[in-house]
Ligand binder design. Structure first.
Ligand code: ATP
Ligand code: MG
Ligand code: MG
Ligand code: MG
Length: 468
């Protein structure tokens, strides 16, 4: 059985041997892309190379890229703890061709790695192609010898990737692993595709067109962008049916069990998983310079941290615990990501302070939430006023409240939540105006509001999507 660290090296060595430059992961905060909240795919650092705006001394590359999919357009936060395959932070293994090899070689490289080097049985594998992509269909047949029923044509945008409204785009092909009978879920394209049985492990994007204002044209030199979730391939290779059962997560969950003192049994395992996931996301974000705040990236970090703290509290933790788990994470991932080692003191201190400040109101907020939810039945709606009080007085982000209510099948009246928020803003303004401080009114509020608005654009105008 190979551990996560070994699988990562095997992947990078394989592509290195096959003429790829092994490039380090870029930071989670994209360097020159203010429209993107967090790096969410391997291609993000190569965006300008694909469009030709930037030249590199190599035309093939391979990476293990740190990714966060929370808070932006790709938001998997609500999946964590509910599916076997989603994390907020994960590593995307990828190989890239910048106008070098194309479809045939990309399929050959992927198929050889998973069936020869990783030894996956062909009988467990199936692929999807974009419905119009006859080339890909024929190539999978030729190279992998897959039968027609194992090559599913998908007509939706799931199998057509685009960088934005204009720019490079093309069909993609996803490789799925069948975790076997007895696990709920159906093959890609079926109504039960979103279950835990057939898991997408690798996405190959064939960039062959360019969307221009006047229409779509063929790219003179098509490119390749692929992405494989390290945790998902590790689950397969370690014979586990859930990402959270791989060696790396088991080590983190063991630490969580030890520090909190509650076993990861059927009742508690989901909370331990969320804690392990959010520990990784929080720590890597802090290591890349994000600090908890009320806006933009810092706000997403704060929401992730607080969700983890709620789960620690559900497990009965009476004191801050997240900060005590940092050494376990550094032990598991510090060798591959030295920034984690360098930032360990900052991560620990940031978690500890955030936990300390939220802890004061967390218990009381949860009591209020419990009392209010107790008055409601299955399928009912919590008033926006209560959700706002939880936010304003107890520091509960809306999504935390929603997550807490999900198990009881209760939703929040978001419209009245927003109205309560609006009323609060008006009141705050009025209080300032009443103080006669005209300068504040004229200068500070516009700045404050426009600065907030600018950061907020990060959610709305996100364009680069990485692999689809
Ligand atoms: P899914 O359909 O399972 O949500 P996706 O199609 O959104 O996956 P891609 O954008 O194609 O994912 O990303 C490439 C690969 O990265 C996926 O094939 C998967 O292995 C991995 N991946 C994507 N999202 C996550 C996540 N939230 N956690 C862990 N791995 C992920
Ligand atoms: Mg997804
Ligand atoms: Mg998918
Ligand atoms: Mg995909």
């Amino acid at each position: 059985m190979s551990g996560v660290n070994e699988i990562r090296s095997t992947f990078l060595d394989y592509f290195g041997r096959n003429g790829h430059e092994v490039v380090a992961s870029s930071p989670l905060v994209p360097r020159n892309d203010p429209t993107l909240m967090f790096t969410n795919a391997g291609m993000v650092q190569f965006k300008n190379v694909f469009t030709g705006m930037e030249k590199r001394p190599y035309s093939r590359a391979a990476t293990s890229q740190k990714c966060v999919r929370a808070g932006g357009k790709h938001n998997d936060l609500d999946n964590v703890g509910y599916t076997a395959r989603h994390h907020t932070f994960f590593e995307m293994l990828g190989n890239f061709s910048f106008g070098d090899y194309f479809k045939e070689r990309a399929i050959e490289l992927a198929w050889t790695l998973i069936t020869r080097d990783f030894g996956l049985p062909k009988s467990r594998l199936m692929v999807t192609v974009f419905s119009e992509d006859d080339d890909a269909h024929a190539l999978w047949k030729k190279i992998a010898g897959l039968s027609d029923d194992k090559i599913v044509r998908i007509p939706t945008s799931d199998n057509f990737w685009r960088m934005g409204d204009t720019g490079p785009c093309g069909p993609c092909s996803e490789i799925f692993y069948d975790h076997g009978e007895g696990i709920w879920g159906g093959p890609p394209g079926s109504p039960e595709a979103d279950g835990d049985r057939f898991i997408e492990i690798w996405n190959l994007v064939f960039m062959q067109y360019e969307e221009q204002a006047g229409g779509r044209v063929d790219l003179p030199r098509p490119s390749i962008d692929t992405g494989m979730g390290l945790e998902r391939i590790a689950a397969v290779l370690q014979n586990k049916h859930n990402n959270y059962d791989i060696d790396l997560f088991q080590a983190l969950i063991r630490a969580s069990v030890e520090v909190i003192g509650v076993p990861a049994d059927a009742v508690h395992v989901a909370s331990h998983r969320v804690i392990a996931d959010h520990l990784r996301a929080s720590s890597f974000l802090v290591a890349d310079g994000v600090l908890p705040s009320n806006e933009g990236r810092g706000n997403v970090l704060r929401r992730i941290m607080r969700r983890a703290m709620r789960h620690a509290s559900l497990l009965g933790a009476k004191d801050p615990v997240m900060w005590k788990l940092v050494p376990a994470l550094v032990r598991e991932m510090g060798a591959a990501y030295p920034e984690l080692v360098r930032a360990e003191p900052l991560i620990t201190e940031t978690l500890r302070l955030e936990e300390k400040s939220f802890h004061r109101t967390l218990e009381r907020g949860l009591a209020l939430l419990d009392a209010e939810a107790g008055k409601l039945g299955d399928g009912q709606v919590l008033s926006g006023e209560v959700a706002f009080t939880l936010y304003d007085t107890y520091g509960f982000p809306l999504d935390l409240t929603q997550d807490a209510l999900r198990a009881r099948n209760i939703t929040v009246d978001e419209e009245s939540y927003r109205q309560a928020m609006e009323r609060q803003k008006v009141k705050a303004r009025a209080a300032w105006a009443g103080s006669g401080d005209a300068a504040t009114e004229a200068v500070w509020f516009p700045i404050r509001e426009s600065a907030g608005a600018t950061e907020f654009l990060g959610y709305e105008t996100e364009t680069a999507e990485g692999v689809a």
